[in-house]
Design a binder for this molecule. Structure first.
Ligand SMILES: O=c1nc[nH]c2c1ncn2[C@H]1C[C@H](O)[C@@H](COP(=O)(O)OP(=O)(O)OP(=O)(O)O)O1
Ligand SMILES: [Mg+2]
Length: 197
């Protein structure tokens, strides 16, 4: 089976990616799956594209092979786009999903339903030896809940209602999430590249 390295240590993303790549007959490996330990990569960029490039290019150079990275997050209009690129560390360096979503709920406590709009963003970077890095962006529009619901998914899924959905992203099955997610929409745009692997 063909293998592809995804430059991530996020287990929630990897569960999404394993399903998303399965139809292409591709086995995806995270940085945790590799036998060589990979040190944490500092995400010093101020855009999703910059951070995705940092991750993809570092691992591409290390292993001299094609690598995909995913930089993603949630952008909330009432918070001027925050947490945005800082989504993973919104409540502190520890990367605590529960603390992060509680911080958002607290900040939006007085914001009425119609003003709770936002979107998930996923930027995929493909880094390949001797080639320019390729970027594709997928977005999933929705609204932020007043309280968390659902046990699937990861990150901010329990507080995000995709547009036209009566269920949060965490109440959807993994298959349902993968039909509408920002990750799906970004991956759709690199389908031709994936198929030629
Ligand atoms: O489908 C999603 N459903 C819910 N939440 C999500 C999703 N996609 C991204 N998110 C949140 C999780 C984390 O708070 C941030 C990603 O941050 P991001 O730096 O890209 O990932 P990370 O540091 O966890 O792992 P890594 O950099 O090793 O890939 O956005
Ligand atoms: Mg990260």
């Amino acid at each position: 089976m063909k293998e592809l390295i995804i430059a991530t240590k996020n287990e929630g993303k990897m569960r999404d990616f394993r399903r998303l790549f399965e139809p292409y007959g591709i086995k995806v490996l995270s940085l945790i799956d590799l036998t060589d330990p990979v040190e944490d990569i500092e995400e010093t960029g101020t855009t999703f594209e910059a951070n995705a490039a940092i991750k993809a290019e570092a691992i591409c150079q290390k292993f001299n092979t094609a690598v995909i990275a995913d930089d993603s997050g949630i952008a909330i209009d009432a918070l001027d786009g925050a947490p945005g690129v800082y989504s993973a560390r919104y409540a502190g360096e520890k990367k605590d999903d529960q603390a992060n979503l509680e911080k958002v709920l607290n900040e939006l406590a007085d914001v009425p339903r119609e003003d709770r709009t936002g979107r998930f963003v996923c930027v995929l970077a493909i880094a390949q030896p001797e080639k320019e890095t390729i970027f594709k962006r997928g977005e999933c529009e929705g609204t932020i809940a007043f309280e968390q619901a659902g046990a699937h998914g990861f990150g901010y899924d329990p507080i995000f209602y995709p547009s036209d959905s009566a269920k949060t992203m965490a109440e959807l099955t993994p298959e349902e999430k993968n039909q509408i997610s920002h990750r799906r929409k970004a991956l759709d745009q690199i389908e031709n590249w994936v198929k030629q692997l």
